[in-house]
Design a protein around this ligand. Structure first.
Ligand SMILES: *Cc1c(COP(=O)(O)O)cnc(C)c1O
Length: 408
């Protein structure tokens, strides 16, 4: 018999979203007529826009011809798309050969963990997107679960209302891999230039590498906020950026993402990280779908940018409706605090006196609305609930009506 990878034994709680889905299913079984609306998982709901769809369907037609057919492409992605991303999104901050196309940001986060040894130290924002920690646990880099919650090999960086959702960096040990997400999932907070400069400065001084997840950069509307970590001087020496077309263009099901690994980034022995990343992408990955990549190219031309801006604005308008409801007297009167700046798809909402899963259950029971309990993203998320603005307008409006009746 084969032994189980001990990383799996170290995994504690089930993955957050399956538990949310389970509670929703159980409620629906008891209340078969309830029309449940989900403001829970961060899944896109609006259709692929016409210009981008046309590029993909034209390409499929091409694939049906002898002349237009192509099989495997370069594992790192279409040269035209790498170039387009470098030019349109990074200008002079990254070059084509530093951009790697993938099947999505989550998959890149998983593969990145092969670059660093099992003994590498990890730091994460608390609360954080669960994959950073759970992925590290599976590959054996997070150590065992500690009795007081969390993992022995992980430094948790509390991000709370008290510190403006930007962590105290001084607790991070030297030579640590720092996962940092901005705009953040789940808090919705986009870090400022000054904050990111502090982060980069700390990483440079302490030999840390930052894995910067900017999957929600397209939601940033405040022009003074950085949209990529490379806007910060020195970031090319200490940061990998992970990004995705999922939230930008509704590609959650189509699957397309990218990473940027600057040439200057090295391990302690001076070896290039990019060289190994190229090896990982060519060995463990066989290239993103060529159809999806045509969609990605179209998403970044003038027409595509117009369409995706309108698409993201639709979700941001949903968020404004939710913000209005959640700050109304029914909520503010009960001391509920809404953290939302208009630069992300998530409203991070504090319910004083409540445990996250209890308020989750209450909202599910009384309003038939699914949210995500903040504690599922880390201990500092306790007492909070995340509301996602992904949804059809009519569903969001109906959810807002029902939320008005929540008995707090
Ligand atoms: C949705 C999300 C991703 C996942 O992106 P995919 O490209 O769909 O895999 C990555 N990071 C964060 C923080 C996300 O919320």
């Amino acid at each position: 018999m084969l032994t189980r990878n001990e990383g799996f034994e170290n995994l504690t709680a089930g993955y957050l979203f399956p538990e949310v889905a389970k509670r929703r299913r159980e409620y629906q079984q008891v209340h078969p007529d309830a029309k449940i609306i989900s403001l829970g998982i961060g899944n896109t709901t609006e259709p692929i826009t016409p210009h981008i769809a046309k590029a993909m369907s034209d390409y499929i037609q091409k694939l049906t011809t002898k002349e237009g057919y192509s099989g495997y492409g370069d594992e790192q992605g279409l040269s035209a798309l790498r170039k387009k991303i470098a030019e349109v999104l990074y200008k002079d901050m990254a070059t084509e050969d530093e951009v790697f196309i993938s099947d999505g940001a989550k998959c890149d986060i998983a593969r990145i963990q092969t670059l660093f040894g099992r003994n590498s130290k990890i730091a994460v924002q608390d609360p954080a997107y669960p994959v950073y920690v759970d992925g590290s646990v599976i590959v054996g880099a997070a150590g065992k679960a500690s009795p007081d919650g969390g993992y022995e090999g992980v430094t948790y960086l509390p991000c709370t209302a008290e510190n403006d959702f930007f962590p105290d960096l001084s607790v991070i040990k030297p030579d640590t891999l720092i996962y940092f997400c901005s705009p953040n999932n789940p808090t919705g907070v986009a870090s400022t230039r000054e904050q990111l400069a502090k982060l980069v400065d700390y990483a440079l001084k302490n030999g840390c590498i930052i894995i910067y997840d900017s999957a929600y950069y397209s939601f940033i509307r405040n022009a003074s906020l950085p949209r990529t970590i490379y806007e910060i001087p020195g970031a090319r020496k200490c940061a990998i950026e992970i990004n995705s077309f999922s939230k930008l263009a509704g590609f959650t099901g189509i699957r397309l993402g990218w990473s940027v690994v600057p040439s200057e980034l090295t391990y302690s022995d001076g070896v290039s990280v990019k060289q190994d990343w190229n090896r990982v992408m060519t060995t463990l990955f066989n290239g993103a779908s060529n159809i999806a990549q045509q969609g990605g190219l179209a998403a970044l031309d003038d027409e595509g940018i117009k369409e995706t801006t309108a698409l993201v604005n639709y979700y941001l308008d949903n968020a404004k409706l939710m913000q209005k409801t959640l700050t109304s007297s029914n909520f503010s009167g009960a001391g509920v605090k809404v953290y939302y700046t208009g630069d992300s798809p998530y409203l991070w909402v504090y319910f004083p006196g409540w445990k996250s899963w209890d308020i989750f259950d209450k909202i599910l029971n009384e309003c038939n609305v699914v949210t995500t309990p903040g504690s599922g993203f880390g201990p500092s998320g306790e007492g909070y609930v995340r509301f996602s603005c992904f949804g059809h307008r009519s569903d969001v409006e109906e959810a807002c009506r029902r939320l008005q009746g929540l008995k707090l």
